[in-house]
Design a protein around this ligand. Sequence first.
Ligand code: BTN
Length: 253
Amino acid sequence: MVNHKLPPGFHLVVLDTVDSTNVEARRRAEADAPDGTLIQALTQTQGRGRRGRRWESPEGNLYMSLILRPDCSVATGLGVTFVSAIAMCDTLAAIVPPMVDVAAKWPNDVLINGRKVAGILLESASGSSGRLKWLVVGLGVNIQSFPKSTEYPATSLNFEGAVNTSPTEVLGGFARYFKRWFDIWGDEGFTAIREAWLQRAAGVGEMVEVRLPDKIFTGRFLDLDESGSLIIELENGERRAVTTGDVFPSELI
Ligand code: BTN
């Protein structure tokens, strides 16, 4: 086990290989692992992405999942996606060379120079009251390598010039920024998080293509609402709130 120095409240578990750190976190959450348990694996054999996709997981990149037990509803807990994206933006911005652009992409990706470097996968379980029992925040960060044939172009920290960084450094930075933004979320609610996310978001005011499971449409990315939905203005001026799907900037369409 590597000895990372993390802020108080994190309990780090480092595994050589696992099916998926999110699946391992779910198992441990169901077995009463405490809030703040952070599971890192050096490789995953069944890394999972959003919408049933695979997450390629060779050695050299970061794979981690954080177990949280916030006392809130499932809907409120979704705010943690944006807390995590902000924390990862801030972590990576402190690592990449100057002038390299780090941005958040709705709903839960981080881009460097317009290409995806990190993805976030939130999973949760709730009791009959609709309150969260646990929340797992899974994060994958491309450090040494990135997949070449993804629908959305990918990149890695090494490729973008951050050649001396390691999974340990990114994990440590994330833990510190996450704690800061999670506390702000707890104290000030989603309003503060929405503002911070919008400040870091790529393409606000620009045309995007939204791909849903059953349809595709284009519009202008206007805003993020108080529930975390993306607000798109259609050509006819109508505004549509998008709760799920993939978003592509017009230059990639
Ligand atoms: C996405 O962008 O589709 C989300 C990707 C999330 C990948 C991470 S890697 C660590 C954790 N374990 C998983 O199986 N998935 C998440």
